[in-house]
Design a protein around this ligand. Structure first.
Ligand SMILES: CC(=O)[C@@H](O)[C@H](O)C[C@H](N)C(=O)O
Ligand SMILES: O=CC(=O)COP(=O)(O)O
Length: 264
């Protein structure tokens, strides 16, 4: 692997495991809890053990002073939940833009199964081609999403992560299928490191058990947003996730060591 690409991947991971906290939701959802004072949230999650944070390029000046030397990923497409179709993700920048604002990697969201999949395949392929010219890693956020698509179906999730590999991404993020046995099919559908999204926030026990199950299935980490940045104590929940990812703790032990409730 190219030295530049390898060194950038190491800036957003620890020992091949990825604890990424995406906060690009400011476009998707608006200035929701945890994103108004994004500076404090970034400081908290990076102190708690996050390997990298992820935002749109416009937020970069609010990231660098507060990320405690951790990695930075710039997201290159977006949609909103108030627009006509949140599955219709449109380009918001280039890899060169991302480098200009100090990114170590870029990310791109594709909804496999949506009416907009063809354009998103083209856009993701273009992003990857540009990224390869700069040896910048691409995190593909490959969801199974669209009319009649079951977002938790292992077959559809496996298809989505394989699509990311076929296009040349370096890391792929997708939804969790719900249990380790079914998610093993997803992880083995690609040679890429697979990380999971958190989805809308549940209990701390649910969050950390999801991480434990994904890791037991062979996942390489998380790109977990709302479950972390909307928590009342983002540093503590990050510590709990890091306990599973970086210290291989059980969900209960990771919660206890982070000082969080183990109630289901
Ligand atoms: C807010 C959501 O529905 C998430 O699953 C988004 O798809 C994640 C993505 N980063 C986005 O905010 O568009
Ligand atoms: O960029 C968004 C993600 O990677 C996942 O966000 P979520 O809030 O954990 O679904």
């Amino acid at each position: 692997m190219n030295a530049g690409l390898q060194s950038r991947l190491e800036r957003i991971s620890t020992g091949g495991q990825y604890l990424i906290v995406p906060m690009d939701h400011g476009i998707t959802l608006g200035a929701v809890k945890g994103l108004k004072d994004i500076e404090s949230t970034i400081d908290a999650v990076t102190r708690g053990g996050a390997d990298a944070v992820l935002t749109q390029k416009g937020i970069a000046p609010r990231v660098h002073p507060h990320k405690n030397g951790r990695g930075y990923i710039v997201h290159l497409n977006a949609s909103t939940t108030i627009g006509p179709d949140s599955n219709d993700k449109r380009l918001t920048g280039t890899v060169e833009d991302a480098i200009r604002v100090g990114a170590d990697a870029v990310s791109f969201h594709i909804n496999v199964g949506s009416d907009h999949e063809p354009e998103q395949i083209e856009d993701l392929a273009g992003v990857i081609s540009e990224a390869e010219r700069y040896n910048v890693p691409v995190l593909a956020m490959a969801y199974a999403r669209g009319p009649g698509v079951d977002e938790h179906d292992p077959e559809s999730l496996g298809h989505a992560v394989r699509l990311a590999e076929e296009l040349g991404a370096d890391v792929v993020k997708t939804g969790y299928s719900g249990d380790a046995d079914s998610f093993e099919h997803v992880v083995t559908s690609t040679r890429l490191p697979v990380v999971i999204a958190g989805g809308s926030r549940g209990t701390d026990r649910q969050t950390v058990e999801m991480v434990r199950g994904a890791v037991d299935a062979g996942a390489a980490g998380v790109s977990m947003g709302r479950s972390i940045f909307q928590h009342d104590d983002p540093e503590a929940i990050t510590r709990a996730v890091a306990g599973v990812l970086h210290d291989d703790l059980s969900a209960v032990d990771a919660l206890r060591e982070a000082g969080l409730s183990v109630e289901a």
